[in-house]
Design a binder for this molecule. Structure first.
Ligand code: UDP
Length: 419
């Protein structure tokens, strides 16, 4: 007998499961794949090199709460993640920053442009490329033109099949132009890798007496999402259900497929100490793949012969067997289609949608962990409230305590169950 069912054991599902288990809920985790950890899944390849099977995942956060939570399950290899772009054979630091400026222009011009950028935006600022392009100053326009052409245009065409101006501005804004000499890809306080890898971290997280994990378990084999209730093994299930998978799939694509971009990962083992001397190189003006990741520089692994790299080839997800939906394509039309699916869940008071797939959003790992911590807390508080209501004890609680503890919970957008 379970109090909660979590569908998916990636970051969203594992964190929620753990937090619910911690407050005494008996949690069943249903995982469709034969392994845990979702797209963060890593494992040694046949050469003993720890690889990220679903592409490179670099953890980064400014959220103390998130870092502390995860640190219960792992030590860290912290570093400042840096990326270079290969532009016609030359490597330049990405995001484009003041160091990049000095690499691509001669010293005199670079110093002048640096002063112009600082005057215009202020030192330390982060300017999305689409904003930089709007600037009417001819010198800034020229920089924007260079960055657009050499960093964004072809990479975005490969990644999304569309030009930067055709995709949601928040996507290119993830990699702003930095008015600073900071070569790091992210500016967050904490960045790096779980020391023993992501799978080990999620294994520890799910290792709890109140958690049962079923692998290779498609939720649709034991659950039914009816218009007004959820069935588990043929009986109504009134505990909380946290769904982290693709929402169109849950409802058998009844309104059509939600569009996603997918990736084909081509791994290669090379008999050399290092292929590119760094973890990630983006190919921003050439090649069919977007980037090459060399794992040993990410994970810090030194006890291996040779090196393993992965090239990423993006393509439009079609739903064919073996394809994985990685990135939601953010636009109004897709959002409307997503909303039609989300509306099917609305009457199901005990079902919560969480994560990149279920919410059709572009989340970083830390943002998902934070959302999962909040959701588990919302569920926990509401359960206490419903317990108190059933026993009519709630009115004995001091009104201030009631207001501070429960009012925010009740106001949350997440739907809450009174089972
Ligand atoms: N981007 C780009 N060139 C780069 C890096 C990023 O054009 O060298 C654009 C591209 O549209 C990409 C987006 O910025 O999809 C976000 O990049 P990010 O590195 O955050 O993508 P992720 O690592 O999540 O795949």
């Amino acid at each position: 007998m379970y109090d909660s069912i979590v569908i998916g054991s990636g970051a969203a599902g594992s964190v929620t499961a753990r937090q619910l288990a911690e407050v005494g809920k008996r949690v069943l985790v249903l995982e469709k794949r034969p392994h845990i950890a979702g797209n963060c899944y890593d494992k040694p390849d046949k050469f003993g090199i720890l690889i990220h099977v679903y592409g490179p995942h670099i953890f980064h956060t400014n959220e103390e709460e998130v870092f502390e939570f995860l640190s219960q399950f792992t030590d860290w290899r912290l570093f400042g993640h840096e990326v270079a772009a290969n532009v016609h054979g030359e490597l330049i630091p990405i995001p484009f920053n003041l160091n990049t400026l000095h690499k691509v222009y001669d010293e005199e011009k670079a110093s002048r442009l640096e002063a112009v950028l600082i005057r215009e935006y202020g030192e330390g600022s982060r300017v999305p490329i689409m904003k930089l392009r709007e600037n009417s100053n001819p010198e800034i326009k020229a920089i924007a033109g260079y960055v657009y052409e050499n960093v964004f245009l072809r990479y975005t065409m490969k990644q999304w099949g569309q030009k930067p101006e055709e995709i949601s501005p928040e996507v290119t804004a993830r990699v702003p132009v930095l008015i600073s000499h900071d070569n790091r890809y992210f500016q967050d306080k904490y960045q790096g890798m779980p020391k023993e890898g992501y799978t080990a971290m999620f294994e520890k997280m799910l290792d709890h007496a109140n958690i049962t994990v079923r692998l290779s378990a498609d939720c649709k084999d034991c659950m039914e999402f009816l218009p007004d209730r959820v069935l588990f093994e043929g009986k109504e299930f009134t505990g909380s259900v946290i769904y982290t998978g693709a929402l169109d799939e849950l409802f058998d694509w009844k309104y059509g497929r939600l569009p996603y971009r997918s990736l084909d990962f081509q791994f290669e083992h090379l008999d050399m100490d290092s292929f590119q001397g760094r973890s990630v190189v983006n190919y921003t003006v050439s090649e069919e793949f977007t980037r090459i990741t060399e794992f040993k520089h990410l994970t810090g692994q030194t006890d291996t012969d040779g090196t393993t790299i992965v090239r990423e080839y993006p393509f439009a997800y079609t739903g064919a067997k073996g394809e994985i939906p990685y990135y939601a394509i953010l636009n109004e039309e897709n959002q409307m289609l997503y909303q039609k699916y989300a509306d099917l869940v609305k009457p199901l008071q005990n079902v919560y949608l969480l994560g990149r797939l279920a919410e059709y959003k572009y989340y970083n790992i830390d943002a998902i962990v934070k959302r999962a911590l909040e959701l588990a807390e919302t569920i926990r508080r509401y359960r206490i409230l419903s317990w108190a209501l059933r026993r009519r004890t709630v009115f004995w609680i001091n009104w201030r305590t009631w207001f501070v503890s429960f009012f925010p919970t009740m106001c949350r957008r997440e739907r809450i169950s009174l089972s």
